[in-house]
Design a protein around this ligand. Sequence first.
Ligand code: ATP
Length: 247
Amino acid sequence: MSAPSTRTATGASLTIRELTVGYGGAPVLHDVSIGIRPGEIVALLGANGAGKTTLLRALLGLVPTTGGALALDGTDLSPLRTEERARRGLALVPDGQSVVAELTVDENLRLGALWRHRGAAREHAIRGIYELFEPLARRRGAEGHQLSGGERQMLALGRALVAEPRVIALDEPSLGLAPLVVAQIMATLRITAERRGLTVLLAEQNAKSALSIADRGVVLDLGRVVADAPASDLADDSALRHAYLGF
Ligand code: ATP
């Protein structure tokens, strides 16, 4: 991995205002408001079922919203389909295994770049991912199913980054990984965000790890925001940690 460089905020701002989302009429998110500045890393925290995945899916238009507003750099996202949101720079790295197991690392990255770049630009974008993630470069001919959990998560992140998003939303990148691997993934994410000026919304149950790299944390409980503060303040608040963050 290359050394971190000075942060240049080229990411987009993301505005979530009084967002309400439900499944089949049953509300899951209630009046959720979160403002994220360009280049900021925000940890989205909360227990199982708090609504983190639902919020990320709503951002991409994968679940319909029933109230409120979403905006990317001030542009209202609500009339835009998922593909158009992606074209404007929003990327989602879903939890679980989002890489294609039968394809090689290189083929997975090409798939991620397919709709965004052609020819030399595609090669340049893929080279950029290998420079960021040297372990992937060493494994470029390995198929998805041959990778370790950490390598797979890195590839999932690389596949999203190769399309050069301005805002990246990640759902539980630490899921199922050993603590040392989680620490590596988090450090990689922080360095990548700094180098590319990316705006990051990082949904995690592993609050301690997420707060270690985030600028700010937002805590959801039963679909409502119960805290929104600088990451260090949340990490220092023992009552809040015990009540909502599990550490
Ligand atoms: P986890 O970490 O367990 O994924 P989460 O914070 O991401 O939790 P969500 O997955 O967003 O939470 O779930 C929030 C609530 O919405 C839960 O009560 C869940 O049961 C419900 N829910 C999620 N997906 C659906 C669905 N497709 N249909 C109906 N209810 C759903």
